[in-house]
Design a protein around this ligand. Structure first.
Ligand code: NAD
Ligand code: TYD
Length: 358
């Protein structure tokens, strides 16, 4: 791995991954292709070393000419594909762009890589690698007694977001089997940590609490997610890039599976400890109408990546939540900048006003 194209590297996980990879591997050069949608921001990349090992290109992964040009110009031997529309609630209100970016964009990257690496034989004999970053949501929703999701759990996506990610996963595998494109996939559970756009549960709750705004809990709040600190995810991807078997999928998860309501309570408890207000922050918790088709429970079986590649999460949830709350409190300038740039207030009005919350 020498010249890496990272897509979506101005987003939450992509920007953390670029920082991680530059630290891990002093010889790697990265081209970062990102459209800078509402979710991406140059503010996420401001602290990167200016040593020429990271080149940012603003552009769309659906633009075939641009992707071809980048592979050739930078002699890309590895693609790590994060770029996507990622918010389930947005996929319910506007699914079209999810199909465009997540399905057509992934298809475009795969097809250009096939042409450049296999047809033109640009790297004859050398290792090339396409890694696709996906989600646990493709597996659907677990009942309380179901086994955790394994790599062989049948796909059963239930939101436009997860359906589009499932379709992209199928294309990645199809390119492996049909054309021999050297691919790997990771399907990961919910991430949290620095640089997450504050539309997602954890940063939204931290910032609403600080601003004395309601903390909107969908339905009864007894849904379960499998939370993973973002740096653990980056390490898992890195292990797969180094030693993962081609054609294989690896599930990544945090083994931290609280009810949503208990997770929000934990955030409130920590804020009560470090920023006490007249009332506990938990008095702001407000149950609101549920998300349509809301998946009840996710839980990942991580035994494959653990056994084959020695990966396991390093952060437990309490330590990770504390670190994350501290990061948001220390980076309120970043918060203001990305909220303005990403039009977060408009989104809050669109998604929450109809639930009776502003
Ligand atoms: P994000 O929404 O924070 O960032 C997505 C990035 O992709 C943004 O920078 C955006 O500008 C860019 N982008 C969107 N459409 C694009 C396009 N057409 N062309 C180029 N760039 C485009 O997302 P994230 O949370 O960092 O997720 C990254 C990847 O990880 C996604 O593929 C997602 O499905 C997957 N994933 C996320 C989680 C999670 O909890 N956040 C969990 C598992 C898997
Ligand atoms: P989210 O961060 O949107 O991730 P995902 O939908 O991909 O799992 O939501 C995490 C959980 O929190 C999910 O069960 C939905 C719930 N949730 C709320 O209860 N209120 C909110 O305002 C948001 C954004 C999410």
């Amino acid at each position: 791995m020498q010249n890496v194209l990272v897509t979506g590297g101005a987003g939450f996980i992509g920007s953390n991954f670029i920082r991680y990879l530059l630290n891990q591997d002093p010889d790697v050069s990265i081209v970062n292709l990102d459209a800078l949608t509402y979710a991406g921001s140059m503010e996420n990349l401001g602290d990167l070393p200016g040593d020429g090992r990271h080149t940012f290109v603003q552009g769309n992964i659906c633009n075939r000419e641009l992707v071809s040009e980048l592979l050739e110009k930078y002699q890309v031997d590895t693609i790590v594909h994060f770029a996507a529309e990622t918010h389930v609630d947005r996929s319910i209100l506007g699914p079209d762009v999810f199909v465009q970016t997540n399905v057509m964009g992934t298809f475009t990257l795969l097809d250009v890589a096939r042409q450049f690496w296999l047809e033109m034989d640009a790297f004859s004999g050398q290792r090339v690698h396409f890694h696709h970053v996906s989600t646990d949501e493709v597996y659907g929703s677990l009942s309380p007694d179901d086994d955790d999701f394994s790599e062989t759990t049948p796909y059963d996506p239930r939101s436009p977001y997860s359906a589009s990610k499932a379709a992209s996963d199928h294309f990645v595998r199809a390119y492996y089997h049909t054309y021999g494109l050297p691919v790997t996939l990771t399907n990961c559970s919910n991430n949290y940590g620095p640089y997450q756009f504050p539309e997602k549960l954890i940063p939204l709750m931290i910032l609403n609490a600080l601003n004395s705004k309601p903390l909107p809990i969908y339905g009864d709040g007894k849904q379960i997610r499998d939370w993973l600190y973002v740096i653990d995810h980056c390490e898992g991807i890195y292990r797969v890039l180094q030693n993962g078997r081609l054609g294989e999928t690896y599930n990544i998860g945090g083994e931290n599976q609280p009810f949503n309501i208990d997770l929000v309570q934990e955030i409130c408890d920590y804020l009560d400890e470090i920023r006490p207000a007249s009332d506990s922050y938990s008095s702001l918790i407000t149950h609101v109408p549920d998300r349509p088709g809301h998946d009840r429970r996710y839980a990942m079986d991580i035994s494959k990546i653990n056994t084959e590649l020695g990966w396991a999460p390093r952060y437990d949830l309490s330590a990770g939540i504390r670190k994350t709350v501290d990061w948001y409190l220390d980076n309120l300038d970043w918060v203001v900048a990305v909220m303005e740039r990403g039009g977060l207030d408009d989104w809050i009005n669109e998604n929450y006003a109809k639930r009776g919350v502003k």
